[in-house]
Design a protein around this ligand. Structure first.
Ligand code: ADP
Ligand code: MG
Length: 209
């Protein structure tokens, strides 16, 4: 019998304990009405972490409502930006009716959360992110655009590489994770700058569900 991957299983097990401790702490904090918002953000973060751990090995063929995935990713980004006193982002979306994603909901939540956090981290002040999803003959195309400074053409070919980052003390793994998840779901992702106006643009193409 193959030895189970103790590194990963052990990590998942121990992270569950870490999340439980944080969740208990949130309960204590929530007793003070002054900290109700913070307690809510901590609890939602714990729930996100739990979703990621629970679904790590799942490869489901479930059909997912893109709007619901986006709601979760937007909420996560807002919690994060508030916690780090980052910019406030206005999100807009134009989603064709009947748009579904296939696969693992926690994985898709990570894709959009990473894209939104990168947009927020690139912005110099408050800004906007727009999400467009169009169904066509070859499949589904989801475009995420922001109005930040955009991406220098010099680094564009490298941004999906693991550990590539232009920011101090960052892991440079975000976009690598995004691309890995998209590819695992049979799709591809490209990055560019918006043809009209300033900002970065990420285009995800997926086969028809
Ligand atoms: N929306 C964006 N606007 C401008 N630059 C971006 C954007 N998204 C990613 N980048 C660039 O791509 C790099 C890699 O992103 P990522 O893989 O998420 O790593 P990290 O966020 O840890 O730096 C960032 O350091 C940044 O230079
Ligand atoms: Mg990132």
């Amino acid at each position: 019998m193959p030895t189970p991957d103790l590194t990963l299983e052990g990590l998942v097990h121990d992270l569950r304990n870490v999340l439980e401790t944080i969740s208990d702490a949130a309960d204590v904090i929530s007793a003070d009405p002054k900290h109700a918002r913070l307690a809510g953000a901590i609890r939602r973060s714990v729930q996100r972490g739990t979703r990621m751990l629970t679904s790590f090995h799942e490869s489901s063929l479930a059909q997912l409502d893109l709007d619901i995935i986006l709601d979760m990713a937007i909420e996560c980004s807002r919690d994060f930006m508030q916690a780090v006193k980052g910019p406030s982002i206005e999100f807009t979306r134009q989603i064709d009716s009947g748009v579904r994603l296939r696969g693992n909901p926690a994985a898709w939540e990570r894709v959009f959360t990473n894209l939104f956090l990168n947009a927020g981290q690139a912005m110099e002040g408050d800004g906007a992110v727009s999400i467009t999803a169009r169904l066509s003959e070859p499949g589904l195309e989801v475009v995420v655009e922001d109005n930040g400074p955009g991406i220098s053409p010099k680094i564009l070919p490298r941004i999906f590489e693991p550990h590539f980052s232009t920011r101090a003390k960052r892991s440079g793994l975000g976009l690598h994770i995004v691309r890995t998840i998209v590819v695992e779901h049979g799709g591809e992702i490209t990055a560019s700058n918006r043809p009209s106006g300033q900002g970065a643009m990420f285009r995800i193409s997926l086969p028809r569900v």
